[in-house]
Design a protein around this ligand. Sequence first.
Ligand SMILES: Cc1cc2nc3c(=O)[nH]c(=O)nc-3n(C[C@H](O)[C@H](O)[C@H](O)COP(=O)(O)OP(=O)(O)OC[C@H]3O[C@@H](n4cnc5c(N)ncnc54)[C@H](O)[C@@H]3O)c2cc1C
Length: 417
Amino acid sequence: MATPDDTLREQNESPERAAFRAEALAFLEAHAEPRAETDPWEVMGFPDDAEALAHFEKCRAWQRTMADHGWAGLTWPTEYGGHGAEAWASRIFAEESARFGSNAGFVRASMAMLGPTLLALGTEDQKRRFLPPMLRADEVWCQLFSEPGAGSDLAGLATRAVLDGDEFVVDGQKVWNSSAQFCEWGFLLVRTDPEAPKHRGISFLLLDMSSPGVEVRPLVQANGSAHFNEVFLDGVRIPAANLVGDLHGGWGPARMVLANEASFIGGSGAGRRTSDRLIDLARLFGRQADLVVRQELARAYSRERIAGLMGRRMRDISRQGGPPPFDPALMKVFVTDSKIHTGQVAATIAGPAGMASPTDDDRICRWVQAEVINRYTISIGGGTTEVQKNNLGERSLGLPREPRSDKDIPWKDVPRS
Ligand SMILES: Cc1cc2nc3c(=O)[nH]c(=O)nc-3n(C[C@H](O)[C@H](O)[C@H](O)COP(=O)(O)OP(=O)(O)OC[C@H]3O[C@@H](n4cnc5c(N)ncnc54)[C@H](O)[C@@H]3O)c2cc1C
C-alpha cells in the first residue's frame, strides 16, 4: 500500500534518483526475502545456541549478498570497497530495503559503529586491510568496551596493555559484549598509561578474536538466550599496527564509536513498525475501539514517525560528512522512551493473558513477552538514558558539568572497588 511518503517521493524525485530507486528495487526483488514471507511476530533473542548462530549467519549472508551485488558501503570511498555515492543513494536504498524482510542486524550495527571511525581515524593500511572484509561481513566486529568496574564510567577501565617491541600485551576482562562469541574481530579499549588522568591514558586497538589468550564466555540471560559475553584477555599479543589513533589517545575514537552507536540505535526505529504490530494486537484482543488503547496507539505511531524523520536527517547529514544536526544522545533518549512506551502498550492491550497464552498462538504470546521484558534493554546498551541525559545537559543545554573528582588525577590513584 502506498503511504503519503511514497506519494511525496514519487512527485519530487529527479529522474536520476527515480532510476536509482528502480534499480535498488529490482535488486531487492531478486535477492531479498519478501516481507510477506517473514514472520511479523518474530522475536530476536534465541534460547537455542544453534538458532542464535543461524540467525547471525543469516545476517552475514545478507550483508555479503548486498556487497557482492554492489549495494554495500554505497557512500564509502571506492578504494576501500565502497561506491563513493552521495547520501541520497544510501537513503533511497534504505527506504526500499525497509519494504523487505532481509536485514543484516548485528552485522550492520557493528559496521555502523566502527566503519566511520576507521574511515576518519584509521591509518591507510588499516583502512585497506579492514574495511573491504567488513563491508562483505567476511569479518564481523564486536565491541569490547565495558568492564565489570567500567560501564557508565567507561574512562575508568582497567584492562592493561603494555607495549613490548612491536606488540601490545593485553591482560584484563571485558563484559556485556554483544555477539562476541560469533565475531572474528573486536575493537578494544585498553589502559596504556596508568599515570595519566583516566581519559588520557586509554588506547584503541583492533583485536583478532582468535588470538591466543582470548577466552569468550557466553552469559545466559533469564530468557535463556546468550546475547552477551564475558571476554577474558590473558597475555594477548596485538600488533602495534592495530592501534587506532594515537597511543594513549583512544578516548577520541571511543567517543566516535559511542556517538555512532547512539545514532544507530536512535535511527533503528525505521523498518518494521512496532505500531503496526500493536494495532494487530489490539484487533486480536478486541481492544481496537478502547479509547485509552487508541490514544496510546496514536502516540506510538507518532513517536515512530518522528524518530524516523530524525534518523533520516541525521543520516543524510552524516553521510555527507557534515557535523551531526543535533546531539545523537537526543535521538537515543527519544527512541529509548518510545521502546519503553510500546512495551507498556503491549502489556496494556494483552493484559495478564499476554504473559500466559493470549491467542492460542505461541508466537504472539512470545512477542508480547519479549516487548514487555526487553523494553529497557536499549535504555542501558550504548550508554544509559541517565548518562545520555547528562551528556545532553552538558553538551546541548550548556548546564554545568557533573562534578568529577577524579578528572585530573592519575588513573592509578583513583579509588576503585
Ligand atoms: C543490550 C545491551 C548491549 C550491550 N552491548 C555491549 C557491547 O557490545 N559491548 C560493550 O562493551 N558493552 C555493551 N553493553 C554494556 C553497556 O554499555 C553498559 O551496560 C552500560 O554502559 C551501563 O554500564 P553498567 O551496566 O556498568 O551500569 P552502571 O554504569 O553501573 O550504571 C548503573 C546505574 O547507575 C546510573 N548511573 C551511572 N552513572 C551515572 C551518572 N553519572 N549520572 C546518573 N546516573 C548514573 C546508570 O544510568 C544506571 O542506571 C551492552 C548493554 C546492553 C544492555
